[in-house]
Design a protein around this ligand. Structure first.
Ligand code: ATP
Ligand code: MG
Length: 183
């Protein structure tokens, strides 16, 4: 599974539809202070299901929508789409047969929120499920944010275990067990 491309529109400072190609496995984002580098990482976390505005450096979830500038009026909605190459089939389950997978999240100013996989409306949980155990999730280790390295180094053993279980691919099974036990 590899992130190939992502598209933002109306998300934070990205007022206009913007598309990025991800050319290789290791990508650096550089630019002057305030140009939107961290907003890109926020966008990736957001589309993968982040539900806490504080994790996205905002006070409410509506803060991810472009708030306008002296020349531009505020956007009415924010959307972020990630396109993955799944030709190696790392993503299993009902979406496993697709060689390409698009995951999209949209939020309107009225608060209407939706998730789509390959343009089909799904639940937040469906997005969560396909990435569980792959290291890519809103709080998984594939996205290393500012301060995260020291958070891992200083983590309590029980918190560190969560990262290890994700890396070993067991978190998927633990969650299934939890769901079964709660039925
Ligand atoms: P640094 O190098 O300082 O870390 P950065 O490139 O990571 O900077 P970001 O934090 O991604 O910068 O972007 C900050 C900019 O995004 C600020 O100018 C801020 O006003 C703008 N911004 C954040 N949220 C919104 C929003 N909802 N609407 C419009 N602009 C926004
Ligand atoms: Mg930054």
């Amino acid at each position: 599974m590899r992130l190939k491309q992502f598209k933002l529109a109306g998300f934070k400072s990205f007022a206009d539809p913007t598309s990025f190609e991800v050319p290789s496995q290791l990508v650096g984002v550089v630019g002057p202070n305030g140009c939107g580098k961290s907003n890109i990482m926020d966008a990736v976390r957001w589309v993968l299901g982040e539900s806490r505005a504080s994790e996205l450096r905002g006070e409410s979830m509506q803060d991810v929508i472009f708030s306008g500038s002296s020349e531009r009026k505020p956007a009415s909605r924010a959307s972020v789409e990630l396109v993955f190459d799944n030709s190696l089939g790392r993503i299993g389950g009902s979406w496993g047969s697709f060689a390409e997978l698009s995951v999209k999240r949209v939020l309107t100013r009225e608060g209407q929120s939706s998730y789509l996989i390959n343009n089909q409306v799904v639940r937040r949980k469906d997005v969560h499920d396909i990435f569980l155990g792959t290291g890519l999730g809103p709080r998984a280790y594939a996205i290393i944010g500012q301060g995260m390295i020291s958070r891992i180094i200083e983590a309590r053993p029980e918190d560190l275990r969560v990262f290890l279980e994700e890396a070993a691919g067991i978190s998927r099974y633990k969650e299934r067990r939890r769901e079964t036990e709660n039925r």
